[in-house]
Write a protein that binds this ligand. Structure first.
Ligand SMILES: [Zn+2]
Length: 243
């Protein structure tokens, strides 16, 4: 794949066998020690590919961030060099809402840095001038649909799904749910019980469950918050949020 070096911003093909590989040190926080790993480096300037190191320890790349305060809460506009080409694009702007302002992720991608900088500034201006229509996230929309009498554990399952990608496996949903419940100081229900609550949530139209075969491992379900499909598709969201 094509790679735009974060340091010298020249493009190379990272599958080219001539791209040099060098040993680099990585600090493993959990183990409190350094390890040496082989990493591809830019053939022009020797800068390592960032994604190989936890916490982007050698990261050197273009990244613009602006925090904009709106009356609803603050949002952050973040534009980066993706480094690895995605469908011909190397740069991307995302708008993130703060915790209380759950927003649909807004993404725009560009081919060049100049384009990215120009659009980043425009977006910041549009936000400041109030010409950005905030789209609530799917989770916020679902929250509005949740009947108040829905039992607490079911609410916690929905909350867990919010942190997971669409089509997560039952086990993954369970682990996240259990983690959230423990954080609140309670004991999670059994996975069997959670499985049946997932069925109830699907019957209520709040989630979607698809049965999949995992070969010898049996069967599992792929679980998503409902309507998630609509939003996760399309790499580039049409900028129709700007009015
Ligand atoms: Zn370079």
């Amino acid at each position: 794949m094509k790679h735009l070096c974060g340091n010298c911003e020249r493009i190379y093909d990272d599958e080219d066998p001539n791209v040099p590989i060098e040993p680099f040190e990585i600090w493993i926080e959990e183990e409190k020690r350094k390890i040496i790993v082989p990493v591809r480096v830019c053939p022009f300037c020797g800068s390592p590919e960032h994604s190989r190191a936890p916490g982007n320890q050698w990261e050197k790349r273009f990244h613009l961030v602006d925090i904009v305060k709106l009356k609803e809460g603050s949002v952050s506009v973040s534009t980066i060099n993706l480094m690895t080409e995605r469908d011909g694009y190397f740069f991307e702007t995302m708008i993130f809402g703060s915790e209380e302002l759950q927003l649909e992720n807004y993404i725009e991608r560009y081919r060049t840095k100049e384009e990215a900088i120009k659009r980043h500034k425009e977006i910041v201006q549009l936000l400041k001038s109030g010409r950005y229509k905030l789209k609530p996230s799917i989770y916020t929309l679902i929250l509005q649909k949740i009947p108040e009498e829905l039992p607490w554990h079911q609410k916690m399952i929905l909350k867990a799904l919010r942190y997971l990608p669409p089509k997560s496996l039952t086990g993954e949903v369970y682990r996240k749910y259990a983690e959230l419940v423990r954080k609140e100081g309670y004991t999670p229900l059994t996975i069997r019980r959670v499985s049946s609550l997932l069925k109830e949530l699907a019957n209520l139209g709040l989630i979607e469950c698809k049965l999949v075969s995992l070969g010898r491992c049996g069967r599992s379900k792929l679980i998503s918050l409902k309507f998630e499909e609509k939003t996760k598709k399309g790499e580039i969201v049409e900028p129709n949020s700007f009015i």
